[in-house]
Design a protein around this ligand. Structure first.
Ligand code: SAH
Length: 353
């Protein structure tokens, strides 16, 4: 009988030291291999540890880096979309985006998703499983290694609901922030959630200075519940309460995402209602939370039947928010020619299990 093997990429430097001690090896081995692991070298590729050490590691741990199953490079803006295959054959997507201030990767948190948002491709087949901390980190490492680039920022906006995979996600956030590893600052990390209120509170307790993005997508419960089932569990009022608590605890600004769907939530009246909702709930005389709304014209997914709001409607919506004191930006569309929106490549890949 053997103990469950540990996932090598998920270990902190201290855990790695403890592991080496347990294996009868010097603790400094951890310092030797941790930076290399995070640069994408497998134990077999490391020249500074001996064969015996490698064999002991292989006995006690599993090592796997997501494999590039497909790679699409945008001719328009250099955005790279990866379909990564995991050890058990399941696939997830990650997207490497180039901005003036650096390279950001959008990663997936689960294989599939249980949240059931009506406009989203990732949830169509339900949730298959959570990603492990090593698989979360593995996406960043594998993409950086493949592209030969340093990754400066991370957005958790790919497939899955990150707060539905809480422990692995938090472990990942801490790992990716370590100076001995990828050294990505918390301020360059955004986590997007459809609104799991209890988990937002748990996250606030940790006081990680990351940016929280809330997928709001509607200004009233009737509309939100119709497109986001999670709203029946935690309605808008309870979600905005959690946002207030999060801001009070962390001092970090929260950004709201609003997907514009033609005929569902895209009128000037909807914009006015949204501005009123946010101003009333988040900006009382004592609360001065800076609010930012990110408008995303919906990406059309064959199965959902929803269509994009037209450019005029998007402009009018943004203008109405601004008029009411809410900062609004329209999400730039990177990788438009490679279906860089999440969830679509995985669905397209017929052999994905
Ligand atoms: N589960 C998390 C993160 C993944 S989705 C969340 O809900 O926030 C990342 C963002 O893309 C969310 O705001 C989500 O609502 C949005 N999204 C999903 N499908 C979309 C589509 N077809 N068009 C535009 N945005 C979409």
């Amino acid at each position: 009988m053997t103990d469950q093997k540990q996932e090598l990429l998920a270990l902190t430097p201290t855990e790695l030291e403890d592991l080496f001690t347990a294996l009868g090896e010097p603790r400094y081995r951890a310092k030797q291999i941790f930076p290399q692991l995070h640069r994408g070298l497998s134990p077999d590729e490391m020249t500074n540890i001996g064969k015996q050490t490698r064999a002991r590691l292989a006995e006690a741990t599993t090592y796997f880096l997501p494999r590039v199953r497909r790679k699409l490079v945008s001719a328009l803006d250099g955005t790279i979309k990866y379909l990564f295959e995991l050890a058990d054959g399941h696939c997830v997507e990650s997207v490497l985006m180039h901005y003036e201030h650096g390279t950001t990767i959008c990663i997936s948190s689960q294989v599939g998703c249980a949240m059931g948002c009506k406009f989203c491709a990732s949830t169509i087949g339900g949730k298959v499983r959570n990603l492990t901390a090593g698989e979360l980190l593995g996406q960043v490492i594998a993409a950086a290694r493949d592209a030969g680039e340093r990754v400066d920022g991370i957005v958790m906006m790919g497939i899955g609901e990150p707060l539905d995979n809480f422990d692995a996600v938090v472990r990942f956030l801490k790992l990716v922030n370590l100076p001995e590893g990828l050294n990505i600052g918390y301020r360059h990390i955004s986590l997007s959630t459809c609104g799991l209120v209890d988990r937002i509170d748990r996250l606030a307790e940790l006081e990680l200075p990351i940016t929280l993005s809330i997928s709001l997508h509607a200004a009233n419960d009737e509309t939100r519940s119709a497109i986001m089932p999670v709203n029946r569990r935690w309605n808008i009022a309870s979600l905005l309460d959690a946002c207030r608590r999060y801001f009070a605890k962390t001092g970090r600004r929260i950004s709201f995402e609003y997907t514009l769907i033609a005929g569902k939530n895209d009128t000037v009246q909807d914009a006015r209602e949204l501005a009123l909702l946010l101003n009333r709930n988040l900006r009382t005389r004592t609360d001065t939370m800076p609010i930012h709304v990110n408008l995303i014209p919906v990406n059309e997914v064959a199965e959902t039947g929803f269509s994009r709001a037209d450019a005029g409607a998007v402009k009018r919506f943004a203008a109405e928010l601004e008029k009411n004191g809410i900062r609004a930006t329209v999400r730039r569309r990177l990788g438009a020619d490679i279906q860089a929106a999440c969830g679509q490549l995985r669905r397209e890949s017929a052999t994905d299990k």
